[in-house]
Design a protein around this ligand. Structure first.
Ligand code: MV4
Length: 452
C-alpha cells in the first residue's frame, strides 16, 4: 500500500481524497496555487507545496511543477482527482515514467475513451448499445446527406475530441445539415485542434443515466449502480440522484451485466463511469469517463462503499474488497451542487464567506472545504460544496434534503442554495419526472413568470 500520495487537485475533491488517505494511514502531499494557500486540504495535509500562480495552466495543469513536487516530497502515487489532468494520458505516462503510480486507468484506456469516436467504436465492439449513427468520423468528401437520410432527422454532429457538450450541433432537417457540419467542424478545430466529427440520431427527450464501475488488476469488475444526472444547465450538473427514479431493479441488473461484461473484456483497471442516454426504455452509450466523478458520493451513500478508498486500493495492486454479490443497494441519495453563483443569473460570485453553518443530523453529508472567513478565489470552477442527503426512500430523502437545505447558511456570497430549495419542492422533481432539458425549460419559465 502507498505510504504517501500527492493530490494534484484542489477544492472539495482534494479534501475528499485527503480524507480517504487519512483513514487509510497514507500521508498526504497537497499541491496548490498561490491563490489556494489557505485552502482546507492544504491546512490538513502532512506537507504542502506551492506549484505556481493562480492560473490553472501554470499550476494545476503544470505537469512539470507537479512532478517536481512529487519528486521532492518522495511520493509513491499521484491522485489526479477530477478535471485538470485526471484524463490526461500524457500526464499518466509521465507519472509512471517517474516511477510513481498514477491513480487511474492506463494511459491507453484514457486515450481510448478520450476520443469519442474510438470510445463509441469500442463500446459497440464490447456489446454496449450505442446511438445509431456514422461508423466513425465523417469523411469530408463523403455522402453525408445519404447518411443523414439513413439515420433519420434530426441528427446531431459531434466533435471526436469533444465531450461534456462541447462541439455539438443539431440539424433538424436536410437544409440545415451543411451549416451544422461546418459549424461543428469549425468549433472542434478551434476548441480542440481536431476537426474530426461524427453523426448520431438526435434523441429529443432522454435522461442522462451513468453507471459506476470499478475494476482491479485481477479481472474483478463490479458495477455500483447508476446515477441520474439529467438535472443540468448548460452541461453543468446541478442535482444528481441515485438510484434513478426512472430505472427499475430489473433494468439496473440488465444494464449492469452488460457494462460489467464489457469492462471485463476491455481489461480496464480503476473506477470508471459509463454515460448513457435513456429514452423510451432504451439505453444508448454516449461517453465513458476514466476518472472519479464529482457525484460519486450518492453511490457511496446507497452502497456503503468508500469509492475513493477502493480506487486507491486497486491502484496499489490490491484486489477489490467486495464481489458483485456483496453489493447491496439500499435507500436513495441526492446530491445538490452548491456553486458560488447567483441562483437567478448563475453569475459567478467569488468573495469572502461571512457566515457558514452546515446542516447535520442523520443522513446528511456535506463535502466542502469552506469555512467562515474563507476567501473564494475567482480563478476556478464555482463548486464550493456538495450537500449529499440519504433516505430509506426517495420521499424520505427529499424531506431530509428540504430540511438540510433550510439549515444550510452561507452569507457574504451568492450561492445556488435558493435554487435547490425550489427544486426540492418542484412538482416534476418530486415526481422524478424530468429529462435533460427539464431544468433549462423550468428556469426559462421562471424568468418569464417573474418578468410578467
Ligand atoms: C446527445 C444528445 C441527444 N442525442 N446525443 C451532451 C454532452 C455529452 N455528454 C453528450 N450530450 C448529448 N448527446 C444524441 N445522439 C443530448 C446530449 C445532451 C446532454 C446529454 C447528457 C446530459 C445533458 C445533456 C444536455 C444537452 C445535450
Amino acid at each position: 500500500m502507498f505510504q504517501k500520495i500527492l493530490i494534484a487537485n484542489r477544492g472539495e475533491i482534494a479534501l475528499r481524497i485527503l480524507r480517504a488517505c487519512r483513514e487509510m494511514g497514507i500521508r498526504v502531499v497537497a499541491v496548490h496555487s498561490s491563490a489556494d494557500s489557505d485552502a482546507m486540504h492544504v491546512r490538513l495535509a502532512d506537507e504542502s507545496v506551492c506549484i505556481g500562480p493562480a492560473l490553472s495552466r501554470e499550476s494545476y495543469l503544470n505537469m512539470q511543477a507537479i512532478l517536481s513536487a512529487a519528486d521532492v516530497c518522495g511520493v509513491d502515487a499521484i491522485h489526479p482527482g477530477v478535471g485538470f489532468l485526471s484524463e490526461n494520458a500524457a500526464f499518466a505516462e509521465m507519472v509512471e515514467e517517474h516511477g510513481m503510480t498514477f491513480i487511474g486507468p492506463t494511459p491507453e484506456h484514457i486515450r481510448l475513451m478520450g476520443d469519442k469516436i474510438t470510445a463509441k467504436v469500442t463500446a459497440l465492439e464490447l456489446g454496449i448499445p450505442v446511438v445509431p449513427g456514422s461508423d466513425g468520423a465523417l469523411d469530408p468528401e463523403g455522402d453525408i446527406d445519404s447518411l443523414a437520410d439513413r439515420i433519420g432527422y434530426p441528427v446531431l454532429i459531434k466533435a471526436a475530441a469533444g465531450g461534456g457538450g462541447k462541439g455539438m450541433k443539431v440539424a433538424q432537417r436536410a437544409a440545415e445539415l451543411d451549416e451544422a457540419l461546418r459549424i461543428a467542424r469549425t468549433e472542434a478545430k478551434a476548441c480542440f485542434g481536431n476537426d474530426e466529427v461524427y453523426m448520431e440520431k438526435y434523441l429529443g427527450h432522454p435522461r442522462h443515466i451513468e453507471m459506476q464501475v470499478i475494476a482491479d488488476s485481477y479481472g474483478n469488475v463490479v458495477h455500483l449502480g447508476e446515477r441520474d444526472c439529467s438535472l443540468q444547465r448548460r452541461h453543468q450538473k446541478i442535482w444528481e440522484e441515485a438510484p434513478s427514479p426512472a430505472i427499475s431493479s430489473e433494468v439496473r441488473k440488465k444494464l449492469g451485466d452488460v457494462v460489467v461484461k464489457a469492462i471485463k473484456k476491455l481489461g480496464y483497471r480503476g473506477v470508471g463511469t459509463i454515460e448513457f442516454l435513456y429514452e423510451d426504455g432504451e439505453f444508448y452509450f454516449i461517453e465513458m469517463n476514466t476518472r472519479l466523478q464529482v457525484e460519486h458520493p450518492i453511490t457511496e451513500m446507497i452502497t456503503g462503499i468508500d469509492l475513493v478508498a477502493e480506487q486507491i486500493r486497486v491502484a496499489a495492486g490490491l484486489p477489490l474488497s467486495f464481489r458483485q454479490s456483496d453489493v447491496r443497494f439500499k435507500g436513495h441519495a441526492i446530491e445538490c451542487r452548491i456553486n458560488a453563483e447567483d441562483a437567478e443569473t448563475f453569475m459567478p460570485s467569488p468573495g469572502t464567506i461571512q457566515d457558514y453553518l452546515t446542516p447535520g443530523g442523520y443522513g446528511v453529508r456535506v463535502d466542502s472545504p469552506m469555512y467562515q472567513g474563507y476567501q473564494i478565489p475567482p480563478h476556478y470552477d464555482s463548486l464550493i460544496a456538495k450537500l449529499i442527503v440519504y433516505g430509506d426512500t426517495r420521499e424520505e430523502c427529499l424531506k431530509r434534503a428540504r430540511r438540510a437545505l433550510h439549515e444550510y447558511v452561507i452569507t457574504g456570497i451568492n450561492t445556488l442554495l435558493p435554487l435547490h430549495r425550489e427544486l426540492a419542492e418542484a412538482g416534476d422533481v418530486v415526481k422524478g419526472e424530468y429529462d435533460i432539458h427539464w431544468l433549462e425549460k423550468w428556469l426559462a419559465l421562471k424568468v418569464m413568470k417573474e418578468a410578467a
